[in-house]
Write a protein that binds this ligand. Structure first.
Ligand code: S5P
Length: 268
């Protein structure tokens, strides 16, 4: 299947360099699943990547969640992810001013050297995107920023009137922006976000699970196929996969659902 065909207008219109790479990987592997690998040991992560690698398009990490982290071990884990043809996505949710965000791309974790995509809140203003891109530039690499335009957790303040619109206006023309995080747990909210964003940026959505409803500590879940039909380009799934008895089978099930929904949306 040609990527241009399944992704429609977004294939030509999206302007961040990392987007086509994601779209290609998703087509090659027939999956729109981004694994939220929220495990706390390096060994657990390595085993999980090997069991789900063929069924996911991107690996989302929280590098500061890992108890036994070492730079060397992390380098090996990233190589393992790359051998599975995965986009590496550090969900750091940066939020500071531009120059500090640039510095935070370095530091102990040196995120700029291994992540292809990172998340950021735009609460401090639009220059955070330039700060993060300068971080990649410092090591001669390219990347993309996902701005949080909505969140899946109940009571989050991004739902206050005007926030989502302001976030989209601030990020839509910046080529450093890979896309926006939308709320996968509410398809109607997501459809509104897609209407604001148009075809210039991707939308990735957490808060999706085959079991819909309220999750732990304020997390909320919606249906993965509904999210894609409402305009999501990637479903972020964590516990739905890694807590399952067979993470490989669960990842494959989410992959099949996501791919089928994309084909339905594109009318291919
Ligand atoms: O609004 C959000 C944004 C993000 S990036 N809600 C979220 O849950 N996330 C992330 O998605 C969160 O940090 C976690 O890694 C993942 C959801 O995991 P799950 O186990 O609930 O599927």
């Amino acid at each position: 299947m040609e990527a241009a065909e399944v992704w429609g207008a977004r294939w030509d219109t999206c302007d961040n360099p990392m987007v086509r790479r994601y779209m290609d990987v998703a087509c090659r592997k027939q999956t729109l699943v981004i694994l939220a690998a929220d495990l706390r040991t390096m060994e657990g992560l390595a085993n999980l990547i090997d069991s789900v690698g063929p069924h996911i398009a991107a690996l989302k990490t929280h590098v500061d969640l890992v108890d036994d982290w070492t730079a060397e071990g992390w380098g090996a884990l990233c190589e393992q992810a790359e051998s599975h043809d995965l986009i590496i996505f550090e969900d750091r949710k940066f939020a500071d001013i531009g120059p500090i965000s640039r510095g935070q791309m370095a530091g102990v974790y040196d995120i700029r050297s291994w992540a292809n995509v990172v998340t950021a809140h735009g609460i401090s203003g639009p220059d955070i995107v330039d700060g993060l891109c300068a971080g990649w530039d410092d090591v001669g690499r390219d990347g993309g920023v996902l701005l949080l335009a909505q969140m899946s957790s109940r009571g989050n303040l991004l739902g206050l009137q005007g926030y989502t619109d302001a976030m989209v206006s601030a990020g839509i023309s910046n080529t450093g922006v890979f896309g926006f995080i939308g709320n996968g747990s509410r398809a109607t909210e997501l459809a509104q976000l897609r209407a604001l964003v148009g075809d210039k940026k991707l939308i990735w959505t957490p808060g999706v699970n085959l079991v819909v409803g309220d999750g732990e500590m304020g997390q909320r879940y919606g249906d993965p196929a509904q999210a894609i039909l409402a305009g999501s380009d990637g479903i972020i799934v964590g516990s739905g996969i890694y807590k399952s008895e067979s993470p490989g089978d669960a990842a494959k099930a989410y992959a099949d659902i996501s791919w089928k929904a994309l084909l339905e949306r594109s009318g291919v």
